[in-house]
Design a binder for this molecule. Sequence first.
Ligand code: 5GP
Ligand code: ZN
Length: 117
Amino acid sequence: MRDPDPDCLFCRIVAGEIPSDRVYEDDEVICFRDINPQAPTHVLAIPRRHIPDARGLSNGDGPLLERLFGVLRDIADAEGLDGGYRMVTNVGPDAGQTVFHLHFHLLGGRSMRWPPG
Ligand code: 5GP
Ligand code: ZN
């Protein structure tokens, strides 16, 4: 589904119906701080368009992904994450996805373990 979903939390954040601490926005993408941060820097990057998860991406979304990854790189630079950081997207309940609007987590500012839980 690609239209705004009135029941989708992140569509409501895109629409400004729910406030968020935005760190970046343009015509395709918005980025805001996670309400329950798991690291000193925890930013979510989302397309404005409602895509439930990464399985909903198609070949035509290449430019969108380029935008999302480039914006996350710039935010990581601005946050001084010179030692590295993690970018992750959860796909479906088994992966821990709780909001079904595609988003990439940017986590940094502490050392990370692998594998994730
Ligand atoms: P998921 O578990 O789906 O990969 O990630 C969803 C993320 O959204 C979680 O890290 C959660 O803390 C965050 N989140 C949930 N509700 C809100 C909200 O209302 N505002 C913000 N900024 N983040 C939220
Ligand atoms: Zn949505």
